[in-house]
Design a protein. Structure first.
Ligand SMILES: Cc1cc2nc3c(=O)[nH]c(=O)nc-3n(C[C@H](O)[C@H](O)[C@H](O)COP(=O)(O)OP(=O)(O)OC[C@H]3O[C@@H](n4cnc5c(N)ncnc54)[C@H](O)[C@@H]3O)c2cc1C
Length: 430
């Protein structure tokens, strides 16, 4: 008899696993707690505005993932050249900060340049146990002080000296050479650094068109089906507190810390490792506004502590389809964690206050629509326990017939592309 494969979660990772299994002639069964597929990669329509859950742009680095997405989206995908900025010292300067020093006040730019020159003369920093040390040793004290440290402290919402960076930093933080820094100091740079120099986005319908296209060709997806028990001994899941379903193999894309509540039995050692996992959460405020707003920007970084959000982006510049004619739409992202909570009561007021204060929106941009999203599991944090805890948990699950997959199942800083590829890899096990 064919093996019964169950996939938990219909985000991009779960959908990709199901799609790739189907391609091999294997029909898996997918359970999703929400009424629609897509997970974080979802879109909603509010009074004529099309909002994603926070900014979701495709930064392809892998040709297979790009080709697959193009095929699924049947031409509904446009490539854009990034227009990203940093808001600092009362001005907007081009991103990456470290390669565009010329727009900054002269003493700041010189401090950044000389700080970098000093570290160039030292041994290159290897990503290791202390993210803060790596920043200082890679970019020098000026760039660290004026951008890298405050931005990352705000973004991760945990002390940077408690983070390891060997597994992710080279991919997500653009390194630059002395020549780039000097060029950026003298005249501004050509702006093609890093994994996100280009992005792809659907011409119509928001980012959710991608999971919807996967769904079309998969079949057995049960929505409104929350898994509230995984019995690892009986190899059985419980759906919505009543229905039971046996499996031979489970592909798990739901966040690992959720296992504390739903998986049984969990040996003490595994429970201890699950309790060591750390993450930040993202509060996202989407806005639909009257008139034009920042027509030359895709997104802006806000490193300062005084500004409540760490980034804001402009949906209407990703696709004209996302805002009604003559109107604009944007998102602001606020990071928080157990160490650094936010005041939910005043958050909308504070976000709007800072958007006006920094000139991101003006009085002409009357607010027409607000839409809030609270993303509990934002970014898995690479703390000092990360490597051991994740490998112990994954080995235990694997020996019990559970394959972990996706950003929250694999518990990795993954992009949408990575999640698609991780789903493919999970399917290759069979
Ligand atoms: C704020 C933010 C911004 C991002 N921006 C970008 C970007 O610009 N570009 C990019 O490439 N990537 C971005 N990402 C990353 C991207 O969203 C993820 O890599 C990808 O969407 C993860 O897909 P996934 O399937 O692994 O997880 P998810 O999308 O979380 O899917 C997991 C699914 O499991 C379901 N589920 C959970 N618990 C249960 C349960 N008990 N029972 C049944 N179902 C359950 C959930 O409802 C969900 O549908 C961003 C992430 C965040 C948090």
């Amino acid at each position: 008899m064919a093996k019964k494969i169950i996939i938990l979660g219909a985000g991009l990772a779960g959908l990709s696993a199901a799609w790739h299994l189907k391609k091999k002639g294997i029909q898996a069964t997918v359970f999703e707690k929400e009424a629609i597929v897509g997970g974080l990669c979802r879109t909603k329509k509010v009074n004529g505005f099309v909002f994603d859950y926070d900014g979701h742009l495709l930064h392809f680095q892998n040709n297979y993932a790009l080709k697959l997405s193009k095929r699924l989206l049947k031409g509904n995908l446009i490539r854009h050249e990034r227009k990203a900025w940093v808001s600092n010292f009362g001005i907007f300067s081009r991103y990456p900060f470290q390669a565009n020093l010329n727009a900054l006040p002269k003493p700041v730019a010189e401090e950044c340049l000389w700080g970098f020159v000093r570290v160039c003369n030292a041994k290159p920093a290897m990503p290791g146990e202390n993210f803060l040390k790596w920043i200082n040793a890679t970019f020098g004290l000026g760039i660290a002080k004026h951008f890298m440290v405050p931005y990352n402290e705000k973004f991760w919402a945990v002390p940077l000296n408690q983070m390891v960076c060997s597994l992710w930093v080279e991919k997500f933080i653009p390194r630059v050479y002395l020549s780039d820094i000097v060029n950026g100091f003298l005249e501004g740079s050509c702006d093609h650094f890093g994994y996100n120099a280009f992005f792809w986005y659907p011409k119509k319908g928001g980012i959710m068109q991608l999971p919807l296209a996967f769904e079309e060709s998969i079949g057995k997806i049960f929505k409104n089906s929350r898994i509230n028990r995984i019995d690892l001994e009986k190899k059985e899941i419980t759906i919505n507190g009543k229905d039971k379903e046996k499996y031979d193999s489970l592909i798990l894309t739901i966040p690992l810390p959720e296992l504390i509540k739903i998986a049984r039995p969990l040996p003490h050692k595994i429970l201890a490792c699950l309790n060591k996992l750390q993450w930040n959460s993202i509060y996202n405020l989407n806005l639909g506004v009257e008139g034009t707003c920042q027509p030359d920007k895709h997104w802006v970084y806000f490193p300062h502590k005084e500004t409540v959000f760490f980034r804001a982006g402009f949906f209407h510049n990703f696709s004209h389809d996302l805002a009604p004619k003559g109107k604009s739409s944007l998102y602001a992202e606020v990071s928080y964690s157990r160490n650094k909570p936010i005041n939910r009561k005043n958050i909308v007021k504070h976000v709007l206050r800072d958007l006006y204060k920094l000139g991101v929106i003006t009085k002409k941009n009357k607010i027409l629509v607000t839409d809030e999203n609270d993303i509990k599991y934002g970014y898995p944090v690479y703390n000092r326990n990360y490597i051991r805890a994740t490998s112990v948990i994954k080995d235990f699950l694997y020996s019990n017939g559970v394959i972990t997959c996706g950003r929250y199942g694999s518990w990795k800083y993954m992009s949408m592309e990575d999640s698609i590829l991780d789903g493919k890899e999970a399917a290759e096990v069979f």
